[in-house]
Every structure is written in C-alpha cells, then in structure tokens.
Write a protein of this length. Structure first.
Length: 310
C-alpha cells in the first residue's frame, strides 16, 4: 500500500510550501525513528496548518518546514518532505527521525478523532516504508528534550486503538463483484466521513454519479450519489454498499461447475464387459455373469465393479 492509498486525504505539498533553500536528503535508509509532535497552536485558529508552520519556520532562518507530515484538524495529511530529508524538528536527532505533527495545542485540547485515525494509518504505512525502522517516540522522549511539553497526548494509546470496520458485504461475496473501469474493487462502504474517505474506489463512483473525480468523498459526492440513487429507484442512503456497487459496475457471472456423471465399469478377469450409469445394473450383470461361470465350472473367474466420474 502506498502513501496515497491510505483511504484518507493525503496532499503532497512538498513543492508548494514556503522555503528558502533546501534540506539535505540522506535517503530513506537513514531513518530509524518516528517522532510525534503537536503544533502548540490551537486547532480552531486560522494558522493551524502546514502552510503557516512553513512560513514560521522559514522566518526562523530554516530552509523550510520542520515536519515531514502535518495532520490537520479535519484529518488531512500534508506531505511536506520526502522521508530521507533531514529537516529541523528534533535538533541533534534530525538525521534519523521522521517528524509527524498534529495541529493543536494538546495541553488544553485533545486531537480530533479524524487526526487519531489518520495518525494510525500514516504510522502503519511508515513502519513498513522505513527499511530500518526501530521505534516511535514523542518529542519529549528524546535526549535533551525531556523538558518539552510535546506531544502531551497519549500517542501510544492512540496507536494501539483499532478502528472497527464493519463488514461491507451484505448481499454479495467479495469475488462476485466486478472491478470498476479504473481497476478499483469494492472493499468498504463508501460514505461521507470525517476524515473524508479517499481512493480509486471513490473516484470510480464519482464518475458514475457525475461529479468531480478527485477521489475525495465529500458532501458534493454524497449529494450527487443521492440523486443517482433516486433515479435508479434505490434507497437514498448517500452511501455505496455492495448492492450499489453492483448496480454501478455489475457482478461476475459465476460459472457453476458441471455436475460430473457417475458410471460403473464391470470387469471380468480384468476385461471390461459392461459400462453403466446406475450401479444396480452393474450388480445385475455381475450376478448374471457369475451364474454363467458357475455353470461352466469357471469358479475362479474374477469379477470387479469400478466407479468412474465423467
């Protein structure tokens, strides 16, 4: 799974954030730790976003924003630096640390549920994407930063929480539904959530309902979906379950295996003397042939019945 396949909004802002020069990139193999931060800016403020943090850090004389990722209050993940970049966020530890910052001042507020969910998904991705990953720490757990109130919230508990995804298959089995033309498969109920769902499956649905195919399931997508459901005479739920997906993209024609027919071979001294589709007939033949053999004093004659499927 790639960074842009997390099922939540991920925006690549590496080329658009304010900068004054560039950080050195030591390659992804240089990173062994993931560090969790909070921004110390209350999340309801207009400046609680990656763009504002970049301007602030450049104002400090840094080449650019200090974090590799920023998770904003609505759950949007801003991708700020490639993984190998040695940006400034943990002093002498910068070279081996990837920084994730959640917008908010968690001395006085808690991360939103959207932020927590996106942190879990991003963290799961990073632990697989960093070949030399060792551990995840809060900013204050690094040597020299014990005094710092960052990230304050219990990130370890957040990472241990599991999101319970209900089974999206109600009327069909996974292998019965067709892929969308863009290759997307049905694997979850698509609906408007916070954070917004994102992916090729959403993009495929957007093309069907006639709205901008950006891959984000927002309120406009929900509205267009309800209109589509109304026209098709489907319950206007504003969600795409397995039945809606089937109406959009169809289902596979499952070939039922042909029932194999049962036959019985009658053998006399190893040679076939009869071939029947009902075993009762085969038994009758053996009795008749055995009776003939007895009359001819051929008591040593061997008879067999063998079952065969065709």
């Amino acid at each position: 799974m790639g960074l842009f396949d997390l099922g939540v909004p991920v925006k690549d802002v590496r080329k658009t954030l304010k900068r004054r020069g560039s950080y050195r990139d030591y390659g992804v193999n240089s990173k062994t730790h993931i560090i969790i931060h909070h921004s110390l800016t209350k999340r309801n403020l207009a400046g609680s976003n990656a763009e504002s943090y970049a301007r602030y850090h450049v104002g400090l004389g840094w080449p650019g924003i200090g974090y590799h990722f920023v998770i904003e209050a609505d759950g949007t993940i801003k991708y700020c630096h490639s993984l190998g970049v040695m940006s400034y966020h943990v002093g002498n530890h910068n070279r081996y640390c990837v920084g994730i910052c959640l917008s908010g001042d968690f001395r006085y507020e808690e991360p939103t549920q959207a932020q927590k969910e996106c942190l879990r998904r991003l963290h799961a991705y990073l632990t697989g994407a960093l070949p030399n990953y060792k551990k995840t720490l809060g900013h204050c757990e690094l040597s020299g930063y014990e005094w710092k109130q960052c990230p304050v919230f219990d990130y370890t508990a957040t990472l241990k929480e599991k999101t319970k995804e209900p089974n999206p298959f109600d009327q069909f089995k996974p292998d019965e539904l067709n892929k969308a033309p863009n290759g997307a498969t049905f694997s979850r109920t698509l609906k408007y959530t916070n954070p917004m769902q994102y992916g090729k499956d959403v993009e495929a649905v957007q093309k069907i309902v006639g709205t901008k195919s950006d891959g984000y399931f927002g309120p406009k997508t929900k509205s267009r979906l309800i209109n589509w459901q109304k026209k098709k005479g489907i319950k206007q739920s504003g969600e795409v379950g397995d039945y809606n997906w089937m109406r959009m993209f169809g289902k596979k024609e499952v070939q039922k295996p042909k029932k194999r027919k049962e036959y019985w071979r009658v053998l006399k001294d190893g040679k076939q003397i009869g071939y029947y589709d009902i075993d009762e007939n085969a038994r009758n033949v053996i009795l008749e042939e055995a009776e003939k053999a007895m009359k001819k004093n051929q008591e040593n004659t061997e008879f067999k019945i063998e079952r065969e499927l065709k």
